[in-house]
Design a protein around this ligand. Structure first.
Ligand code: GDP
Length: 484
């Protein structure tokens, strides 16, 4: 509850007029009955270094760890599992209509709230289609998706691949396909811009088959919907197909257990402190829960949904903004609920230590030189490769030759190929998939080079094919000399 200047002065043991003067110094024109809201109060106490502890009004309402028992005694029973809404990411080439699609779905399908709350951009939103819910991640593109995966977090259940019917499959479309396939996420194709006179949806389908995406109507498994995001055409059909795909996937969660989620956005808000948007993957999060995200702990002080409404609990696949973290967690951090605050703190400290350990380990990373050793130690069985080349011809030749080198003991897994320079996205993908990047007659740009060093991704560049193959063979046999 708000506190008056008079009350604050008394508590702090200083004369009111001195406090009023100090407040003026902070730009607050107050009199003795002026009341300070919680946020301002905290700031004032800190700025003026008053000997006062500010207790959150809401926190007073919460019995400390009242549900502690429930959480420790908790049993994750199979029979409590039920279908949960799918979490969907929209991917595709630039300008193919990802943002337009996300916008049209949000505008037409997000149920207007009772209180007429305004839609807030919190990083994800949920729509209801014929009683079924779908959660969309509001940032299109696979960069966010991949950098999250690089941190070990997988939140997407289904990917929508947007392909413009007048443009067809383009480089970033191919990247998106590779990323989704590397993560083993089912893909639905939205052939967009069919309103355009030069739209050629059939040609897009033909191109898709070259990437192993055979449309259903052609006897394949890939659901394909022709839409116009701009005119809102066939959007309902697309949403129905998502529901259908979700049913096939049988995405389950247990709403009766403590929550597990992933941070998708986080920032330090001036008035509210650390704010994180979390997608709940399993369980239910309650106001008052002690939480841990990465190495940041906290206690859920308030939760706000995408309509700006405060909510008390958030079930599976719900995106919520959470207030109450002690610090700003990172996107991609896992969120867990812990039995008590003390334990949350301990684990946070352990996590920090673990992260340091992981970083120390990452310093040695997956390099071609120590690949053999890692195979011997049973740490890996496959060499993941990303190949970039200057022309399609060499790319194909390399791809085929490398594939042929797979043996029973050591497999070669080519997760992405492309014509052109080595980009930061390649590095992200490599980092996420523990891959090595091979550049054939192409080099990384300065940024990608630095990024690769930071992410401990091994980039190898070659000018002749036989030398490339020789190095890979040596690496597989543990004979490779370090590059000088
Ligand atoms: P993004 O880069 O993939 O997010 O693409 P945008 O959503 O920003 O769309 C790029 C451009 O294509 C914008 O000018 C959109 O208005 C336009 N666009 C998107 N969808 C359609 C569509 O269905 N039909 C037509 N004609 N234009 C579209």
């Amino acid at each position: 509850p708000p506190v008056t200047v008079k009350e604050l002065a008394e508590t702090a043991g200083i004369p009111s007029n001195r406090l009023i003067k100090s407040l003026m110094g902070l730009g607050i024109m107050a009199n003795i009955n002026y009341s300070l809201e919680e946020d301002t109060l905290e700031e004032v106490v800190e700025e003026l270094d008053l000997d006062v502890t500010v207790e959150s009004g809401e926190e007073e309402d919460i019995e400390p760890c009242s549900d502690l028992k429930v959480m420790t005694d908790f049993e994750d029973r199979d029979e409590d599992y039920e279908l949960r809404p799918p979490i969907v990411t929209v991917m595709g080439h630039v300008d193919h209509g990802k943002t337009t699609l996300l916008d049209v779905i949000r505008e037409t399908k997000v149920t207007e709230t009772e209180a007429g709350g305004i839609t807030q951009h919190i990083g994800a939103y949920q729509v209801t289609v014929e009683g079924e819910k779908i959660t969309f991640i509001d940032t299109p593109g696979h960069e966010a998706f991949t950098s999250m995966r690089a941190r070990g977090a997988q939140i997407t259940d289904i990917a929508i691949l947007v392909v413009a019917a007048d443009d067809g499959i383009m480089p970033q479309t191919v990247e998106a396909i590779n990323h989704a396939q590397a993560a083993e996420i089912p893909m639905l194709v939205a052939i967009n811009k069919i309103d355009k006179p030069n739209a050629q949806p059939e040609q897009v389908k033909q191109q898709m088959t070259e990437y192993g995406l055979v449309p259903e109507e052609w006897g394949g498994k890939t659901i394909c919907v022709e839409i116009s995001a701009l005119q809102g055409e066939n959007i309902d059909e697309l949403l129905e197909m998502i529901i259908l795909q979700a049913e096939i996937e049988e995405i389950m969660a247990n709403p009766h257990r403590p929550a597990e989620g992933v941070v998708i956005e986080a920032e330090l808000d001036k008035g509210r402190g650390p704010v994180a948007t979390v997608l709940i993957k399993n369980g239910t999060l309650n106001v008052g829960d002690n939480v841990l995200a990465g190495s940041v702990c906290g206690r859920v002080r308030a939760m706000i949904d995408e309509h700006g409404q405060r909510i008390e609990r958030a079930g599976p696949a719900t995106p919520v903004e959470i207030l109450g973290f002690s610090d700003v967690p990172a996107a991609g951090d896992f969120l867990q609920v812990l039995a008590d605050e003390q334990r949350a703190r301990e684990v946070a400290a352990e996590r920090k230590e673990e992260q340091l350990e992981i970083r120390r380990k990452a310093d040695t990373g997956v390099t071609l030189e120590d690949f053999y050793e890692q195979v011997q130690e049973g740490e890996i069985q496959e060499l993941n490769l990303i190949i970039k080349a200057d022309v399609q011809g060499s790319l194909e030749a390399l791809r085929q030759a490398l594939k042929d080198m797979s043996t029973d003991e050591v497999g070669i897994n080519i997760i992405h190929t492309g014509v052109g320079a080595i980009t930061e996205t390649d590095v992200d993908l490599a980092s996420a998939s523990n891959a090595i990047i091979i550049g054939f007659n192409v080099r990384p740009g300065l940024n990608s080079q630095q990024y690769a060093e930071k992410e401990k991704v091994d980039i190898r560049t070659y000018r002749v094919i036989y030398k490339t193959l020789e190095d890979i063979r040596d690496a597989m046999e543990g004979m490779l000399q370090p590059e000088l």
